[in-house]
Design a protein around this ligand. Structure first.
Ligand code: PRP
Ligand code: URA
Length: 208
């Protein structure tokens, strides 16, 4: 599956502010939401349309509306929640799933603590959300879980990724399209993306 980097100037500008260590919690949160909304434009570019007829105040018009499968977004907690906010502004009828994972600081392995998915998730077009794709452990764990629930060909939206994380997802889930705002150089010895933007969850919620 292709890797898409959303290189729209608005996305790249907002990402540059997101990376800045001096950006406030309030602005960081708003920027994550805005970037996610803009990324969703790209990620949803191929959603199928069907022709329908509507009565305008003047006449009848042949118009196109979304067809095909209904949508679901699955946020990887905590940080993925902020992305769901932006995308739900665009597609308010999408259902929302939550997968609670945190990365153990010593092993860097994901630890699962919560799961709640729409009951019909297997019948939906699914967009998995997490701002950071570092080792890829969390994304692969979430995608494994969705596969166990019958989800096929979900899309993974991450604001920033390391090559290691992209490779891990592509190896474990070759059917998953990855959509990013930025692909960085590498991981450091603590598993942080370099140059990155730091700990996304802490910067969104003002923790630590
Ligand atoms: C961060 C991030 C991803 C994960 C990425 O979450 O939001 O979920 O790390 O790292 P990985 O690709 O190496 O798994 P974190 O575990 O810090 O939890 P949080 O969102 O609750 O802060
Ligand atoms: N999780 C984050 O929030 N940031 C990183 O750089 C790596 C993992």
């Amino acid at each position: 599956m292709p890797l898409t980097i959303v290189d729209h100037p608005l996305v790249q500008h907002k990402l540059s502010v997101l990376r800045d260590r001096h950006t406030s919690v309030r602005d960081f949160r708003a920027l994550c939401t805005e970037i996610s909304m803009l990324m969703a434009f790209e990620a949803m570019r191929d959603l199928p349309l069907e022709e329908v007829v509507v009565e305008t105040p003047i006449t009848t018009a042949h118009v196109r509306r979304l067809a095909g499968k209904k949508l679901a977004v699955v946020a990887i907690l905590r940080a993925g929640l902020i992305m769901a906010d932006g995308i739900l502004d665009l597609v308010p009828s999408a259902r929302v799933g939550h997968v609670g994972l945190y990365r153990d600081e010593a092993t860097l392995k994901p630890v699962r603590y919560f799961i709640k998915l729409p009951s019909d998730v297997a019948e939906r077009d699914v967009f998995v959300l997490d701002p950071m794709l570092a080792t890829g452990g969390s994304a692969v764990a979430a995608l494994d879980l969705l596969a166990e629930h019958g989800v096929t060909a979900p899309r993974l939206l991450c604001i920033l990724a390391a090559p290691e994380g992209v490779a891990a997802v592509q190896a474990a889930h070759p059917d998953v399209e990855i959509i990013l705002a930025g692909l960085d150089d590498r991981l450091d010895e603590r598993g942080y993306i370099v140059p990155g933007l730091g700990d996304a969850g802490d910067r969104i919620y003002g923790t630590r």
